[in-house]
Design a protein around this ligand. Sequence first.
Ligand SMILES: [Zn+2]
Length: 360
Amino acid sequence: MAQASFFPWHQEIAQHWLGHQERFAHAWLIHGLAGIGKRDFALAAAQSLLCESPNHGLACGQCLACGWVESGNHPDLKRIRPEAIAVEEGAEQDSEDEGATESSASPDSGGTSKRAPSKDIRVDQIRALEPWFNNATHRGGWRVAVIYPAEALTVISANALLKVLEEPPPSTVFLLVADAPDRLLPTLLSRCRRLPLPTPVFAVAQEWLEAQGVKQADQWLAACGGAPVLAKKQAATGAHPCPDWLEEFILTLSKGGMPDIGKLADVIAKSTAASWIDPLQRLSVDALMISNHLPGRYFPVLESPLAKLLAGKSASALSELSNWLNDQRRLAGHPLNPKLFAHAVLQKMALTFLRAQPRQ
Ligand SMILES: [Zn+2]
């Protein structure tokens, strides 16, 4: 595990929070917008809690404990996340990962499991913590379990965790990380103190992105709703802040033409439905704002074509379209025929934009 540190926009809140450990809750729900660095926050917090000579509550980065955390070997730290995320993170076989590796090497898989890595936090990952809780902490301080994303807990694993939280083991802190706390079991929520993390001020986030070498930082940040960590990840894909297919779609419509829906559907259906419905949802938010004479939020480059396309048209059709898209987003997990689904969504959007009834 590489060194985790707090992003500049989270330093102050971290210092304040970690500076008051005398009345520290044993379970925290760290939540906020996706892509603002909540996981890094939780991991840096874990290091700070384990550090043997913290500086104003924050990890020193020098002591033995910090060294162990940074190399992924601190016996009093466990990261509990789905296998799929562990793989994304490089799947180093940290000592923290015992729970995950033991179960994937079950006898019937012959020890070399070829199934796709799980996207859930499985109940055996929670149960595997039991012996850890029952031993004294190695350095006599905290024991920290970081659970992310908490939405990946299945109902069964959430209930297993709930049992633990009802009779919390001594000196143990649970840090749960979530984008959407409303998707968690209410009983689990009720056992956690909440720590909401703020989205950084646009200028601060932009400055950070620029310092990371991201070009068109302002546009990436806008396209990602102001979430800098997500913006950095997206920018690294080499694409444009406003996807090319989306730009082509709107430019053609704004010139009064009908886009080549078949061709565009072929392009977008190659990736997951979420990856193209999300930008369409953002586009529909921009369209609503622009039709109400407000600046768009996500795609500055589409501002004037959208204004031209929507001039004098009713906002109610756009508002319905936005609701419809939200429904599609919920259904979009596994469309039977991704290409047909993409085609239907683009077609509906194009017709709505072209036909939205003029204002009375
Ligand atoms: Zn330290």
